[in-house]
Design a protein around this ligand. Structure first.
Ligand code: GLV
Ligand code: MN
Ligand code: MN
Length: 409
């Protein structure tokens, strides 16, 4: 059995990495996902943890009997297309390494401890991020989740069935939620705040509100050589205007807006397209700014579509309100990590996390590990081995504190 963070990390790193890009393609319920889930189950069992799959497909590894007031840690193993090695896996490998360290230190937990791997955190395959935690908490209905489809039309329900789960049983899981006393997620920072502060580890204060909107610009396919410009119903120009409007609206409202995924039909060089389907990802420090930016982008898309004789349909695929992590827990973590005299820095993030979804239902907190370039969702994402180990030590110290806390009843 491999031991310690480095060995665990080295075992996981090759799984699901694309040979030519060096990025990860670990999409929920695909072949690479099956490999990393099997890796997790084996690594957890090696550490004496009992592995269970919940009704929604999340993996749980229990140290001690599953029960109430559990201290839960973990993250996700799925990736964006050609994602980095750390977003998600750092929190899973870090959690297993922290449990190993607690065992080595001889810590005797007063409360159950679980390491969790949440499914479809990125929403890369089925479109809705943090689907595992949205399902458990009821932030998405089981009916809507079951019908979410990937690019090939395979639904979430069908993918679950193929993986051997009963899709009729997905949905809110109050019993499981009731077991979680506190959730702590270790994650790579996806910005450079810790670089500027000079700290290896920080604590999350808030998650910006964020959402995804699908925009379908529909026109008329036609011949690129024979259709006069005046006669076209081309969805591409209003789409292009929308991309530029997204940038302008984000700048105006202090938001960020991205169109990073586009499908063009029929996608031929010598054909006017019939449809451009684009996905807008928008985020802001507060909900008013986010709303203002998205409204401005939508208005520009409508204006452009009307001018080009194109129809536009917009769908909100997901929305996550602002999350402010519980200040008592946040400050407790900052003191454990940095010491009372110099608590670890506390920082907000524009990235979405399962800890943010869970924060609406249970006490939740996050630890961030410094990312020297700030790059994330790309193969270049990186944290130094020393900073990863500092993250594991911080998580271990936090878990040791939480797990030895006597419960009042
Ligand atoms: C997840 O990483 C997200 O913020 O989109
Ligand atoms: Mn991510
Ligand atoms: Mn993540």
């Amino acid at each position: 059995m491999s031991t310690g963070f480095d060995d665990l990390w080295n075992d996981l790193v090759p799984l699901g990495r694309h040979r030519s890009t060096g990025g990860y393609r670990r999409f929920s319920w695909g072949a690479a996902d099956a490999e990393v889930r099997a890796w997790f189950a084996e690594a957890a069992a090696d550490r004496g943890l009992k592995v269970e799959t919940d009704r929604n497909g999340n993996l749980w590894a229990w140290w001690g009997r599953p029960g109430p007031k559990a201290v839960v840690t973990g993250s996700h193993l799925d990736s964006v297309p050609d994602g980095g090695a750390f977003d998600g896996p750092l929190g899973v490998v870090g959690a297993l390494a922290a449990v190993e360290e607690l065992q080595r230190r001889g810590v005797r937990p007063e409360r159950p401890l679980a390491v969790v791997v949440f499914v479809e955190e990125e929403g890369a395959r089925f479109g809705v991020p943090c689907l595992g935690t949205r399902l458990i908490t009821g932030a998405i209905t089981p009916e809507r989740a079951a019908g979410l489809a990937d690019a090939d039309g395979i639904t979430w329900a069908a993918a679950l069935e193929r993986a051997g789960l009963d899709s009729a049983r997905i949905g809110p899981d109050p019993e499981l939620l009731g077991r979680i006393g506190v959730f702590v997620e270790l994650h790579i920072e996806q910005g450079r705040a810790l670089v500027h502060s000079g700290h290896a580890v920080g604590v999350a204060s808030a998650v910006w509100p964020h959402g995804r909107w699908r925009m379908d610009f529909s026109g008329q396919a036609d011949h690129a050589g024979t259709t006069r410009m005046a006669d076209r119903n081309d969805p591409m120009p209003p789409f292009a205007e929308t991309v530029l409007a997204a940038r302008a609206a984000a700048e105006e409202h202090g938001a960020v807006a991205t169109i990073g995924k586009v499908h063009v039909a029929p996608n031929g060089t010598n054909a006017v397209p019939s449809r451009v389907r684009a996905w807008l990802d928008a985020r802001a420090p507060d909900e008013a700014a986010l709303r203002a930016a998205v409204d401005a982008i939508d208005a520009a898309a409508r204006r452009g579509s009307a001018a080009h004789g194109v129809s536009l349909a917009t769908y909100q695929e997901s929305y996550t309100p602002v999350v402010t992590f519980e200040s008592g827990l946040r400050d407790r973590l900052a003191e454990i990590v940095g010491g009372r005299a110099a608590p670890a820095p506390v920082l907000p993030t524009g990235a979405g996390h399962d800890a943010g979804v869970l924060a609406g239902a249970v006490p939740a907190a996050m630890l961030f590990v410094r990312n020297p370039t700030g790059i994330s969702h790309a193969p270049e994402e990186y944290a130094t081995p020393a900073d990863c180990r500092a993250g594991v030590t911080a998580l271990t110290d936090v878990l040791a504190d939480l797990v030895t806390e006597k419960s009042e009843d």
